[in-house]
Design a protein around this ligand. Structure first.
Ligand code: FA5
Length: 345
């Protein structure tokens, strides 16, 4: 028994010497295997108990071995906790965040293609002495229809499927409502444009959305002619498409607030008028509805139609963006798909 006691003491001393060098979980694992694992010397001590014949000897040997075993396990447990703490501290140091460092993110935002084209049109029209005006998206029927020569019972109201709000207002169906608001407030000569969002209760397809952008243009002065309208449109579109040779044509178009009213087409800029899928093989693209301001609209604004006249146009900004950036489905513009938007940085 004395020999066993000495051997256990030696074994424990060896263990204490070994744990002095343990400073990581990896080294701790080696020590655990060596001193408390199934193949450790401690296990061979435990096996010795079976060889002892006398019960008192078995009891004493069991006591001595188990005491050493629990001492070893206690020390290993404490050591494990301190090694884990050290490892966490080490990892935290490696991953430390410097909040004072400037951020250069890979994921920079970018402007929407409609914003690009809107800013372009704004720049060009201001350069042509037009002033920017704005109007509300939630509008009265009066400014959206009535003051534009579309009385309540007029069938032309059906041309623009309208969102009616519970408060008796509507969502404006076109930026032409800015015409009636401007004419009421300002007197000629005037030259304004109004970019903004419009809303229609449409069934959505590749070229129709329920919310889309238009830019309204309005000129009121004395002796304005259709030639002024064509000249202005040619200059505006040449600047937008960065080409000098924009060809336009006028077709009759019906809008109650202009007389005569036109659909202004441009010669297809993709195929140069030869015919392609974009222009549906006609060689022309329908782009700007426009016309000479109807005398009744001037009267609603308190302007004498005998003295003044003018022209107006309503450019579909969303479709213009589609044409400029060759986007074949209007729904892509509002899809929120970054793969689309990232292309226009
Ligand atoms: C109008 O809205 C008239 N207010 C334009 C006008 C102004 C005529 C001044 C005369 C004088 P229209 O409904 O055609 O017209 O719409 C004008 C443009 O808006 C269209 O050419 C098209 O480019 C765009 N647009 C109309 N509806 C939608 C829609 N659902 N989705 C996308 N764009 C649309």
């Amino acid at each position: 028994m004395k020999k066993l006691k000495e051997e256990l003491e030696l074994f424990f001393k060896e263990f204490e010497d070994d744990i002095k060098n343990v400073d990581s979980l990896e080294k701790l694992k080696d020590v655990e295997i060596k001193y408390s694992g199934k193949r450790s010397k401690l296990h061979s001590f435990l096996k010795l108990i079976g060889d002892l014949k006398k019960p008192e000897e078995k009891k004493e040997a069991g006591f001595l071995i188990n005491r050493t075993k629990s001492e070893i396990e206690k020390k290993l447990k404490v050591l494990k906790e301190s090694c884990e703490k050290k490892e966490i501290e080490k990892r935290l140091k490696q991953q430390s965040i410097d909040f004072t460092k400037p951020v250069f993110s890979e994921n920079k935002g970018s402007l929407h293609p409609i914003t690009f084209i809107k800013r372009d049109v704004e720049r060009i029209l201001t350069g042509m002495s037009f002033s920017l005006v704005t109007g509300p998206e939630m509008e009265t029927e009066y400014y959206n229809f009535e003051a534009l020569n579309i009385p309540p019972t007029h069938p032309a109201r059906d041309m623009q499927d309208t969102f009616f709000l519970l408060n008796g207002m509507i969502l404006r169906t076109h930026t032409s409502s800015c015409q009636s608001r401007t004419l009421e407030k300002h007197k000629p000569p005037l030259r304004i444009f109004a970019p903004g969002k419009c809303f229609r209760y449409e069934s959505i397809d590749a070229s129709h959305e329920t919310a889309f952008y238009q830019v309204e243009g309005l000129v009121v002065d004395q002796n304005i002619t259709i030639a002024n309208l064509i000249g202005t449109m040619k200059t505006l579109l040449s600047e937008i498409f960065q080409r000098e040779d924009i060809d336009v044509r006028l077709r009759p178009g019906y809008f109650p607030f202009v007389e005569p009213g036109f659909e202004l087409d441009i010669k297809c800029i993709i195929c140069n008028g030869k015919g392609c899928s974009t222009c549906k093989h006609s060689g022309w693209l329908e782009l700007v509805p426009c016309g000479m301001v109807h005398p009744n609209v001037l009267k609603y604004g308190g302007i004498d139609p005998e003295k003044y006249n003018g022209f107006a146009f309503g450019l579909g900004l969303t479709r213009l963006a589609m044409m400029r950036y060759k986007i074949n489905d209007i729904r892509l513009l509002n899809s929120g798909d970054l793969r689309i938007l990232k292309q226009f940085r």
